[in-house]
Design a protein around this ligand. Structure first.
Ligand code: ADP
Length: 235
């Protein structure tokens, strides 16, 4: 068997975060978590359990107050803020519950904007946006404004925007939280498909049904992460 020598995408080593307060809030207790390339991991827990705190650390929006966090083998707790921002922009694609699309920009323009910060030449942006939108099943809605798109289509645009820069990690925050059941299912099927194509996905959710879609589910309660269901890796 060939050993995968590439470092894990996510590696938490006794990572913890206590909000300073007063009073101090230990929102994430020291935890170890490894997410390898190509895994689809869901983090499930009730409101107030620490999901956002975890997501903010994993997404380099916040740094642990204890322990370390390695992203693609890079110790993100030892680098400057500016480097962390660059790393976030180049290696992480975010998908939020509320889509966060610009209302007066077309689907394509919303996706193109993500590439400006990555210094993708203007001449390539439109074609890459088109490819990303085709990938999420929206090749026919390139010029549509978000107001003319359904909730599910808006989330697909957001997923295309997250993917267009080829991130190491797709980090999803309640990706179906704003969608009805049928639409949520189609977005979950899209995530399954992206995972099948090799994407590394981490999704946080309070919904056990969404969590069950992951290849592995990690639960969080009162700031404590527990790797509950490690799925058998298919050979
Ligand atoms: P979830 O996303 O699962 O709802 P959070 O990560 O937002 O949970 O919150 C975990 C705990 O940390 C909660 O007790 C919350 O009240 C607390 N918390 C979140 N943000 C802050 C903050 N900026 N300062 C102090 N406490 C916070």
């Amino acid at each position: 068997m060939i050993q995968d020598k590439t470092p894990p995408v996510i590696e938490f080593r006794s990572a913890a975060l206590t909000y300073p307060g007063p009073p101090p809030v230990p929102a994430l207790l020291p935890c170890d978590l490894t997410v390898r390339r190509g895994e689809y991991v869901t983090i499930v827990g009730p409101s107030g359990s620490g999901k956002s705190t975890f997501l903010n650390i994993a997404g380099l929006l916040d740094t642990p107050t204890d322990g370390t966090y390695l992203l693609d083998g890079i110790d993100t707790t030892r680098i400057k803020d500016k480097e962390r921002t660059i790393l976030r922009g180049s290696r992480i694609g975010f998908v939020f519950q509320a889509f966060h699309l610009l209302a007066h920009r077309s689907a394509s323009e919303n996706v193109e904007l993500a590439m400006i910060y990555q210094r993708v030449p203007r001449s390539q942006r439109r074609a890459r946006a088109r490819t990303a939108l085709l990938r999420v099943g929206l090749g026919h809605r390139l010029d549509a404004l978000p107001t003319r798109l359904s909730g599910g289509e808006r989330q697909r645009v957001a997923i295309a925007r997250a993917l267009v820069t080829d991130p190491s990690l797709l980090l999803c925050d309640e990706p179906t939280g704003n969608l009805d059941t049928a639409t949520a299912e189609s977005v979950l099927e899209l995530l399954d498909q992206l995972h099948g194509d090799g994407a590394t996905i981490v999704a946080i959710t309070h919904d056990p049904q969404v969590a069950a879609r992951g290849q592995r589910t990690v639960s969080i309660r009162d700031g404590r992460l527990t790797d509950t269901l490690a799925e058998q890796v298919t050979a």
